[in-house]
Design a protein around this ligand. Structure first.
Ligand code: SF4
Length: 78
């Protein structure tokens, strides 16, 4: 498969509970991600599916969150 027009084809980002429902963390993630993958809502972090493949693997989100609560999954390596 070579199409780059599909979203979330190459990268998936998962935020585990309870970090996902942490509103403070959601705001921080929204701020640190350079490509806008995280959106802070009243329920916590929401992943912007349309932005997933923009991930530059900078790990800023992983460093901002509690250890092990965010996983950046490289689908093309599986
Ligand atoms: S690794 Fe960087 S670009 Fe990718 S989701 Fe995390 S903060 Fe955003």
């Amino acid at each position: 498969m070579s199409s780059k027009t599909l979203n979330g084809v190459f990268i998936d980002v998962e935020v585990e509970e309870p970090a996902k429902s942490d509103i403070e963390l959601a705001r921080e993630l929204e701020e640190v991600c350079p490509v806008g993958i995280f959106r802070a809502t009243e329920a916590g972090t929401e992943i912007q599916q349309a932005a997933l493949d923009e991930c530059v693997l900078c790990d800023l989100c992983v460093e901002a969150a509690p250890a092990g609560s965010i996983r950046i999954i490289k689908l093309y390596e599986q």
